[in-house]
Design a protein around this ligand. Structure first.
Ligand SMILES: *[C@@H]1O[C@H](CO)[C@@H](O)[C@H](O)[C@H]1NC(C)=O
Length: 457
């Protein structure tokens, strides 16, 4: 996630649950199979499931069906203060397909952008992979491993983001550290990322009711609270049909951490918080190859392809420090090497190393908060703790996704190094436009595999 806290936007007029568990709709996690490989062509299928993030769920009174939260506002009688609110409000089960446009089939997960349900219009979604228990997030350590999936984003236009990434959420959603959280991972609680999002309704077992101390951007479907929820984040894939980025981001803290004030790094204090909001991104277009990935290009986004990401360590073992993140693609049976950087002042890098990150920040004149907060070694330390797999589809109320697919920031000349990131128009990505013009936009993630380097493709 590059700039914003708005990972989600949704409008809800009917149902919602707090940190208690509601029972008006049974929670039944859609099944998704993944594969763990031990060597090439030697993979075992694992039956797993996914869970919808709690923020999207109907939050209502434990005693009935009164909304605790509507649009972007809390009900002041059910929620007079953060702890009472957590006691009074329950998160309910989800109708994944009918309300949220989330469906699975075998090893494929499909996320549809806008869904008109019986009571509500839902915008975007975010889901997590659960482990065999169906009640905890599966934990990944990808050091000296590779992670592979197929992507179909042919129906994902400018302004949208079909994202697959890892964050250092608690495996139980935080329910053992914060006992007021009764819902746990089974209801998708405990989200965090390096943007330290302020739109999370419950953080550390309390409702995030208090007003922010900074000026939040307006989203009719998501409010902002005083606190943010921060943690390390490894963005394997942030993309639409016009471009893609792979981006490690790190924080000075381990585990999900609630921030307030300066620690959140809001507004003008972007580089003063505990997390590296920019990260160290490899976006082929931004790194100088505008012919590499897109409709009809070398990696052709008009059809499905395979994305392989390798996490190499200093000693080629899990015990080593993370030293390099490599990317390759497979399409129509052909392995496609990553593009090479073609930027004045930089060597021809085709992977993410600390040397690449430092050279890129210098060439683009960007602040190097990635290095300051620990660089790849810190990203690897987060994998050692265990990271949770996230898949989402979202639009961007803060920065219109221009940081991914257009020119960004707009107050710089687009011919300056690093400003042009993709071919989309500077006027694209306005949420009201994409929501009205592309409601059927869909991303399909499938065929997830993980295992030792070279085992998954
Ligand atoms: C790790 O593996 C690579 C590729 O096989 C090799 O070039 C490198 O020397 C190895 N490093 C160590 C420390 O064994």
């Amino acid at each position: 996630m590059f700039p914003a806290v708005a990972l989600l936007s949704l409008s809800f007029f009917a149902i919602a649950y707090g940190q208690q568990v509601g029972t008006l709709t049974a929670e039944s996690h859609p099944k998704l199979s993944v594969q763990q490989c031990t060597s090439k062509n030697n993979c075992q299928t694992q039956q797993r499931s996914i869970v919808l993030d709690s923020n999207w769920r109907w939050l209502h009174s434990t005693s009935g069906s009164n909304n605790c939260y509507t649009g972007n506002t809390w009900d002041t009688s059910l929620c007079p203060d953060p702890t009472t609110c957590a006691k009074n409000c329950a998160l309910d089960g989800a109708d994944y397909a009918g309300t949220y446009g989330i469906t699975t089939s075998g090893n494929a997960l499909s996320l549809k952008f806008v869904t008109h349900g019986q009571y509500s219009t839902n915008i975007g979604s975010r889901v997590y992979l659960l482990d065999a228990s169906d009640a905890k997030y599966q934990q990944f350590n990808l050091k000296n491993q590779e992670f592979t999936f197929d992507i179909d984003m042919s129906k994902l236009p400018c302004g949208l983001n079909g994202a697959l990434y890892f964050v250092e959420m608690d495996a139980d959603g935080g329910s053992s550290r914060f006992t007021a959280n009764k819902a746990g991972a089974k209801y998708g609680t405990g989200y965090c990322d390096t943007q330290c999002p302020h739109d999370i309704k419950f953080i550390n077992g309390e409702a995030s009711l208090l007003s922010p101390t900074f000026t939040a951007f307006f989203d009719p479907n998501a409010g902002s609270g005083q606190y943010g929820s921060c943690c390390n984040e490894m963005d394997i894939w942030e993309a639409n049909s016009m471009g893609a980025a792979v981006t490690p981001h790190v924080c000075s803290v381990q585990s999900q951490t609630r921030c307030s004030g300066n620690d959140c790094g809001d507004g003008d204090n972007r580089y003063g918080g505990i997390c590296d909001k920019d990260g160290c991104d490899f976006n082929s277009w931004r790194m100088g190859d505008q012919t590499f990935l897109g409709p009809g290009k070398t990696v052709n986004t008009n059809t499905k392809f395979t994305v392989v990401t390798q996490f190499l360590t200093s000693n080629n073992q899990t015990s080593g420090t993370l030293s390099e993140i490599r990317r390759l693609y497979v399409q129509n049976g052909k392995v496609i090497a990553n593009s090479k950087t073609a930027v004045a002042g930089m060597s021809a890098y085709d992977s993410i190393t600390d040397a690449f990150c430092n050279a890129q920040k210098t060439a683009f004149g960007d602040t190097n908060s990635f290095e300051k907060l620990g660089g790849l070694q810190a990203m690897g330390a987060s994998f050692d703790k265990g990271m949770t797999l996230v898949m989402s589809i979202w639009d961007d109320h803060d920065a219109k996704m221009l940081w991914l697919d257009s020119d960004y920031p707009l107050d710089k000349d687009a011919s300056q190094p690093g400003v042009s990131r993709g071919p989309c128009a500077q006027s694209s990505g306005e949420p009201t436009d994409v929501e009205s013009q592309s409601p059927d936009a869909t991303v399909v993630f499938s065929n997830i595999k993980y295992g030792p380097i070279g085992s998954t493709y």
